[in-house]
Ligand binder design. Structure first.
Ligand code: ZN
Length: 409
């Protein structure tokens, strides 16, 4: 078998055949010959007339331990649709790319699953290359149609760069909390940019928007989507309750510190037992809860208050929710625990929006899942880059994008 035939079979590249194979010290260089004479613009327009030509290389997947590059003549065309001279589109690579489509798909598939260093080491490429590839692959998969058919959305802010920068993320409650939009910033201005992209026609079809309890997203939604029902996502309510526990715990820790270091250290260890879902508590953590109860600790009452608030989402009949919430508000107001008295004020101000979430069954929080996914993206080393890079990663990992590997085609 001729070496060009062998490489043709191994690479099976679309729209081209192997014309030459050269072994250089740096890489195996595979020369390609195009099957079609016609030139296609990235916009789709095609012509038989070449404007000029040059040679370009694309990095392809390694051949064992050897680097492999594809080399081909690439032409420019004078596109009548674009009204300017553009570089033709080749079948084996995305426009503007210096890596083949197969190489880029492997990178994107890995970026959905593993940390940054694993990718750059395994595929011997720079982080910058990975970032550009993720951007290109996402741009190819995400189009405007994802914003069609949105009825119930959730809006949330997420932090990146160790909490110094914020993004606003919009998720679709009806499609497993898939992220449909993300933008830089956490204010009304950012959410307005989403509503601008969505447009009046699609805004009119929105039935419900779940939000946090802050004012910024509420104001933007009041103004731009007045007909959509606003709900407070349960995730945000429980987060606030856990915040109130933390505040009280710090206060208690300071009290105990006056009594001795050992007692204070014990209070510090109570945190996870207090904030975790009781179903997820281990034996030691249950023992902490029982110990707090025996001591008649203020922290035990905090835990009871938090769990009673969570009961709101565990009621057998959702129509009991208003009564349960009002009972809770009375209890919290009289608790004489400052953090919970303050929480009760916030909850009272958001009463209708909290109950709306239960009525519309937006209670199993999809946003919580997105938040932990974004923490994971940060943790894998993608978090300390530009907003554009992290937004592309969020779309790649939470936007419902399926990457097909070259071996799966
Ligand atoms: Zn064009």
């Amino acid at each position: 078998m001729r070496v060009t035939t062998a490489f043709n079979r191994i690479l099976s590249l679309p729209g081209a055949s192997v014309a030459s194979v050269t072994f250089t010290p740096e890489a195996v260089v595979v020369g390609l010959r195009r099957r079609s004479r016609r030139l296609t613009c990235p916009c789709g327009w095609s012509t038989g007339a070449t404007y000029d030509r040059s040679t370009r290389r694309w990095r392809h997947l390694d051949l064992g331990a050897c680097r492999l590059v594809l080399e081909a003549e690439i032409r420019r065309l004078d596109c009548l649709a674009c009204g300017r001279v553009r570089t033709e589109q080749v079948p084996w690579a995305r426009p503007g790319a210096r890596h083949s489509r197969d190489f880029e798909d492997v990178i994107a598939w890995l970026a959905q699953r593993v940390d940054k260093t694993t990718i750059t080491t395994l595929l011997r490429c720079s982080w910058e290359a990975v970032r550009n590839i993720v951007g290109r692959v996402v741009a190819e998969h995400i189009d405007d149609s994802r914003l069609d058919g949105l009825y119930r959305i959730g809006v949330d802010e997420v932090s990146y760069r160790k909490g110094h920068r914020y993004l606003t993320v919009v998720a679709d409650h009806d499609r497993q909390g898939r992220v449909v939009w993300a933008g830089e910033g956490k204010g009304a201005k950012t959410l307005n940019a989403f509503y601008d992209t969505l447009g009046d026609e699609r805004i009119a079809r929105l039935e419900a928007v779940s939000l946090d309890m802050g004012g910024a997203y509420k104001n933007a939604t009041d103004e731009r989507a007045p007909d959509a029902r606003q709900c407070v996502d349960p995730f945000h309510l429980i987060k606030l309750a856990n915040g109130a526990i933390d505040k009280t715990r710090r206060w208690s820790w300071n009290q105990h510190r006056a009594l001795g270091v050992k007692r204070a250290a014990w209070v510090k260890r109570t945190r996870w037992a207090l904030v975790k879902d009781p179903d997820a508590l281990d034996d030691d953590q249950w023992e902490i809860i029982r110990e707090l109860k025996r001591r008649d600790s203020v922290l035990y009452r905090c835990w009871q208050l938090k769990e009673a608030l969570r009961d709101l989402y565990r009621l057998r009949h959702p129509n009991q929710a208003p009564e349960h919430l009002d009972w809770w508000l009375t209890w919290a107001c009289r608790s004489r625990i400052p953090a919970f008295v303050a929480l009760a004020r916030t909850v009272r101000a958001n009463r209708e929006r909290i109950l709306a979430a239960i009525e519309l069954e937006l209670s199993n929080s999809k946003l919580e899942g997105i938040n932990s996914k974004i923490r994971l993206i940060n943790h894998r080393g993608y978090g300390h880059h530009s907003a554009a890079a992290i937004i592309a990663m969020i779309y790649l990992c939470s936007g419902g994008i399926t990457i097909t590997l070259p071996t799966q085609r």
